[in-house]
Design a protein around this ligand. Structure first.
Ligand SMILES: Cc1cc2nc3c(=O)[nH]c(=O)nc-3n(C[C@H](O)[C@H](O)[C@H](O)COP(=O)(O)O)c2cc1C
Length: 321
């Protein structure tokens, strides 16, 4: 393949990677193309210091983009070799993906490719339809393949306790004016290409309301109900709690989300009891020994959710020296 052809192919795959979810839709990633590799960097200018002081969710978001890149590569007929944090002296270089001959093992990932475009974060009510044990088992396996654990909270009392922690997390976050200001800062008109979108007309009002008023109890009550009535409430967790673990969690999360989409499911995030550091050990006690990274609510719905915006590729691809 000529250098120009490779550049074109790499850009196309990065275009699929950036469709990954990210906290507050910050899209905290940068890519550098160099034959035959694509390097993935953390873009710390897009960090959320109040919501995510350690950059844990930033790394998970980048892990989701990495999974999309792997799926796009498999679907384009490449085999890949992924090295996480390949240069310890360069901690923002999160992964180096080397592209080579296709190997049969990646064909299962290629089957997830259609769902890269179709996956959405779903924030409405699910249909009252059970998620079967066989489907839950497939999602658990997807997490395990990426070195993470998906632990369904199936005992009613565990679910209730997790739901109460979600509401407490909402109350604590909304009571913090710095947290509200950070959230408001990421509420933007769609044309900006990132953030949580509001229409150009309402964005200033929405930002003002979020910045100024503590809506924790109303939102907490809604989120508590979502957790209590969730067809499948499950904790994604990892054995460790370092950068590598967060990148594994991100890849596992995206693998679960793509598979869920393929199985006709939708997913929502209820991460408050993980984001609030003092609540995290309490959720951990419900979900085994491992470190909780993401709390997911998964179910069926008939509603189509419109896609959220993404930044232009030229903004996320940095030139190779
Ligand atoms: C690590 C991570 C944490 C997230 N946390 C939340 C959350 O707490 N609440 C929420 O509603 N969405 C959460 N999201 C979803 C993002 O807001 C969403 O991915 C983003 O707005 C882009 O929308 P999309 O997923 O529909 O493409 C999270 C996503 C990631 C990757």
């Amino acid at each position: 393949m000529s250098v120009d052809d490779w550049q074109e192919e790499a850009r196309q795959m990065i275009g699929r990677a950036v469709l990954a979810p990210s906290s507050h839709n910050t899209q905290p990633w940068l890519f550098r193309i160099s034959e035959p590799d694509i390097d993935l960097y953390a873009d710390r200018l897009r960090a959320l210091p109040v919501n995510d002081p350690e950059g844990r969710e930033l790394a998970i978001s980048c892990g989701c983009a990495l999974m999309n890149l792997r799926v796009a590569a498999a679907s384009n007929g490449f085999g890949v070799n992924v090295r996480l944090v390949p240069e310890p002296a360069e901690p923002d270089l999160l992964a180096r993906v080397s592209f080579g001959e296709h190997s049969g093992a990646s064909s299962e990932e290629a089957q997830l490719a259609d769902c890269i475009d179709r996956r959405r974060t779903y924030r409405k009510s699910f249909l009252p339809r059970e998620v079967s044990d066989a489907v839950v088992e497939q999602l658990i396996q997807a997490a395990q393949r990426e070195g993470a654990w998906l632990r369904p909270l199936s005992i009613e009392s565990d679910k209730q306790q997790a739901a109460a922690l979600v509401a407490t997390g909402d109350a604590m976050q909304w009571a913090n004016p710095r947290w509200r200001r950070e959230l408001a800062g990421w509420m933007r008109p769609r044309r900006r290409g990132d953030g949580l979108t509001a229409s150009a007309l309402t964005a200033p009002v929405v930002r003002f309301v979020v910045r100024s008023f503590n809506m924790g109890s109303g939102i907490g009550a809604e989120d508590r109900e979502s957790a209590e009535t969730s067809p499948l409430l499950a904790v994604l967790s990892t054995d460790g709690d370092q950068m590598r673990d967060w990148l594994l969690a991100g890849q596992a999360l995206q693998r679960i989300l793509l598979l869920a989409c393929r199985l006709g499911l939708q997913a929502a995030f209820l991460n408050q009891p993980i984001q609030v550091a003092s609540l995290r050990p309490r959720l951990q006690r419900l979900a085994g020994d491992a470190f909780p990274q993401i709390l997911l609510s998964i179910g069926y719905s008939n509603e189509e959710i419109p896609p959220t915006p993404r930044r232009a590729l030229d903004e996320v691809i940095v030139a190779a020296e």
